[in-house]
Structure formats: structure tokens, C-alpha cells
Design a protein. Structure first.
Lengths: 289, 289
């Protein structure tokens, strides 16, 4: 883990529920899920976009924590026995595997709700509550039926069968893409962006999300378990259709490069230079050894 | 169903997700859960409290729909095989029973997220976004770890064992009470209440929630399945500790009366007379034949 990730982890962890409760096991399961590692990609993208649009207020941080909580809840529920039935995630036992299936459901519910509770703390520090309201709206929209949750639903529905190219496209844009779009859009909106500038941010994030998902498919085939910290070959095991199985490895790698270039060009159109953001994006999309 | 409930149902249903999506089965499962009936108690309490505090703007309605979505999601997840494993709810097959266990999880997630998306629509019509932000904050807090979800967690944890009086109290105050508190507090806050007046609202709702939960325990013993529209005797089946098993039927009935009187007295302290609200509360707490 880099120093920067460690520092970011500390900042994010400060937003976790700290007050003890008689439902202590739930608090524990939520915090376990959240602190089990991860690249913190979404908060990073959010913070860097915020900066690239000149943002410098305190209202960004609760949203950074919130988006990571939503990402975490989605993993916790995806891992459930009735979903992907995964026992290992980021090199650690999955939440349901430690706390039981019922608390796997509850920890996800708790994190999702706490994400909105945390984001709502931005109202206590913002100078522009209408703008904070717009960010809240984006957060919920992109996480829900017309975003991540919808993508996950179609993915679950088609597991074991062969999705069409169009369906796979929908899954990638929503299951992975939507939350990355939310991350960068919230950063931009909280810094005052709207209109075409905001659309450009959304498209940059969509390209990053798509490239990231294809890269994941590539890694599922080429990486080994220790490197990746999760079960690999699971797509093959589940006879899952991915961008790689649909278009082949070469086309997949080419598409990752194309999308990365698109994203970098769009980031160049942000109001301020964003070398760290560009470096992050370039790194994300070439994770193979 | 009364004419008023039918009218309210129509108004609430307008807030459901109407836009078609490739994840159509998820939208269907969400809408199925939401429209499977119910007394719409929480939106009613919210609207009546809003009126009793002089509120008359459009920002209340998205919150009314949102609180009912959160209530619905909690039922959908409670019914899951890994939780209460219920097959029947409000006289209809439970969501997981119709759509499968995976879509039971997803429909709950979708509804919870859509609740916040819906509530956030209040920002588009409010004249006071800071106030709307406070309502959002209450919604999330009372639904989460330090509210409903926490109560549910302790309830799940103690199923099959004997909770102490203190633990039962925590479960009742949170699993049932917290969302009723949110309903009435949001109504009051959106109409401009704060400070002691808001505390009085919270305590009125807490009394109603507690009485309502004890009444449910009583009905689980005295009602039959057709009347209640759900499995009865389930507490006994699960050897569950309730207020009735802990303190006896007579004490339970007495406590319901005491709490109802407290709630009615607190409602008398609202700025405007609220005869419909008082009638609703009195009716809620004497549902046995």
C-alpha cells in the first residue's frame, strides 16, 4: 500500500460509525467490510476531479467516504451465497463468510444507508446547500436502478446464459461505470461545474469505467490469485460471458487503450491541469504485468 | 381499503420508477414490493405532522414516497430466506418468493437507493435547500445503524435466544420506532420545526412506534391469518421473546393504552389541531377486534 493510500484510508475511516450501539455486531460487520482494503479508486477520482475544477471546501470529504461505502456495500451483497457466493475478497474472508449470511445482508444495508447519512453531513459544512443537494441526487441515481444496481441486476439475471453484446454493454456501463461517473460528477458539481463541462466529466468517467471493467476481465484470465487478492478464473468457472470471451483478448486490449486515450483527452479539457488524475487513469488501465 | 388510502396509494405510486430499462426485472420486482399493499402509515404520519406544523409546500411528497420505499425495502429484506424466511406478506407472496432470493436482495437494495433518489427530488422544488438537507439527514440516520437497521440487527442476532428487557426495548425503539420518528420529524422539519418542538414530535412518534409494536405482538397471538394478511403465530413458532411473552398480555394491553395517551397528549402540543392524526394514532393502537 502506498503512503498516499494509507493516508487516504485514515481520512476515510474517520467517517465510519464510531458511536457504540447495542447492535455492535452490525457496526463491526460494516467496519470490517469497509476496512478490508481496496484501492479507494472512487474517492480518489472524486477528490482529483474536485481539485481539477478548483474545489477546495470541506464538503467533498463526506461524499468521498459515502461513495466508498456504496462501493463496499455493493461488494458485500455481490459476494452473498445467493449472488456470486464468493468466500474471498481482497485477500480476506468476505463479510458473510465471517458474520453469517444474515449479517452479510444487514452490513450491506447498513453501509448503503450510512453512505447517505455521511453524505448528508456535507449540509452542515457547505456554503451552497442546493449544490450539495444536486450531488446527493447524482449519488443516489448512479447507485440505483438506473445505475449500478440495475447493471448488477442484469448481470445476475444473465449469469450462466450468454448476454448479447448490447446487454454486456449495459452491464459494463452500469455495474462498474455508473459509480465512477458519480465519483467524478460529484467532484465536479461540488466545485461548481454544470452543463457541457459536467457532460464531459460524465463521459470521461464512463470511458474509465469501461476500460477498467475490460481490464478486470483480462486480469481474471492472466493474473494469479495472490497478485489479485481474490478468486481468479471465476468468470471461466461460471462460464461467464465477458468482453474478452465475446471479442477476444487482442480486441479487449485494444479497446482498453482506445478508452484510456479518450478519457485522458477529456481530462485535458478540465479547467485545471490534472497530472495526478491522468497518472491514476493510465495506471488503472494497464494493471497487467 | 378506504378511499383515502386508495388516493394516497395513487399519489405514492407516481413516485415509483417509470422509465423502462434493460434491467426491467429489477424495476418490476421493486414496483411489485411497493404496490403489494400496506397501510401507508409512515407517509400518512408524515403528511399529517407536516400539516399540523403549517406546512403546505410540494417538498413533502417525495419524502412521503421515500419513507414508504424504505419501509418496503426493510420488509423485503426481512422476509429473505436467510432472515425470517417468510413466504407470505400482506396476503401476497413475498418478493423473493416471486422473483428469487437474489432479486429479493436486489429489489431491497434498489428500493433503499431509490428512496434517497426520490427524496433528493425535493431539492428541485424546495425554497429552502438547507432544511431539505436536514430532512435528508434524519431520513438516513433513522433508517440506518443507529435506527431501524440496528434494531433489525439485534433482533436477528437474538432470534431463538432470550433477549433481556433492555435488549427488547432497544429492538422496539429502533426496528419499529425509528422510522416512525423519521416520518413525523421530517414532516415537522420540512414545515420549519426545530428545538423543543421537534423533540416533542420525536417523543410522540417514539410512543406511537412502541405502542404499535406491542399491538403487533398482541395481534400475532389473537388475530387469524386472513384478518392480518400474513403468517400469524410466527413469534411462537420461532420461540420469540416479545413484550407479551416478557410481561404478559394484560401488561401489554395496559402499556399500549399508556403510550397512546402519551402520544395523543404530545400531539395536542403541536401548533395546530390535528384531529385526523389523533384518530389515526388511536386506531393504530387498538387494532384488535
Amino acid at each position: 500500500m502506498s503512503d498516499n493510500t494509507a493516508k487516504l484510508n485514515e481520512r476515510l475511516a474517520e467517517w465510519l460509525p464510531r458511536e457504540e450501539t447495542q447492535a455492535e455486531r452490525l457496526r463491526e460487520a460494516m467496519n470490517y467490510s469497509f476496512t478490508a482494503g481496496g484501492k479507494r479508486l472512487r474517492p480518489l477520482l472524486m477528490a482529483m476531479t474536485y481539485e481539477a475544477f478548483g474545489g477546495e471546501g470541506p464538503e467533498i470529504e463526506p461524499f468521498m467516504a459515502a461513495i466508498e461505502m456504496i462501493h463496499t456495500y455493493s461488494l458485500v451483497h455481490d459476494d452473498l451465497p445467493c449472488m456470486d457466493n464468493d468466500t474471498l475478497r481482497r485477500g480476506k474472508p468476505t463479510t458473510w463468510n465471517v458474520y453469517g449470511e444474515d449479517f452479510g445482508v444487514l452490513a450491506g444495508d447498513g453501509l448503503l444507508t450510512y453512505a447517505f447519512e455521511t453524505a448528508a453531513k456535507a449540509f452542515e459544512v457547505t456554503g451552497d446547500p442546493a449544490r450539495t443537494g444536486r450531488a446527493m441526487s447524482i449519488l443516489a441515481r448512479k447507485a440505483g436502478l438506473y445505475g449500478m444496481c440495475g447493471g448488477q441486476a442484469l448481470d445476475v439475471l444473465l449469469t450462466g446464459s450468454a448476454p448479447s453484446a448490447d446487454q454486456l454493454d449495459f452491464i459494463y456501463r452500469n455495474k462498474t461505470g455508473a459509480l465512477l461517473e458519480a465519483s467524478m460528477m460529484i467532484g465536479a458539481v461540488l466545485a461548481g461545474a454544470d452543463g457541457e463541462a459536467l457532460e464531459n466529466v460524465e463521459k470521461a468517467a464512463a470511458a474509465i469505467g469501461y476500460a477498467f471493467q475490460i481490464e478486470d476481465d483480462i486480469l481474471d484470465i492472466t493474473a494469479d490469485e495472490a497478485e489479485l487478492g481474490k478468486n481468479v478464473g471465476s468468470d471461466e468457472k461460471n462460464a461467464k460471458t465477458t468482453f474478452v470471451t465475446l471479442y477476444g483478448m487482442e480486441a479487449a486490449q485494444k479497446e482498453v487503450r482506445r478508452l484510456t486515450e479518450e478519457a485522458l483527452a477529456r481530462i485535458d479539457a478540465f479547467p485545471m491541469p490534472a497530472p495526478s488524475l491522468k497518472e491514476l487513469v493510465a495506471g488503472l488501465c494497464s494493471r497487467r504485468k
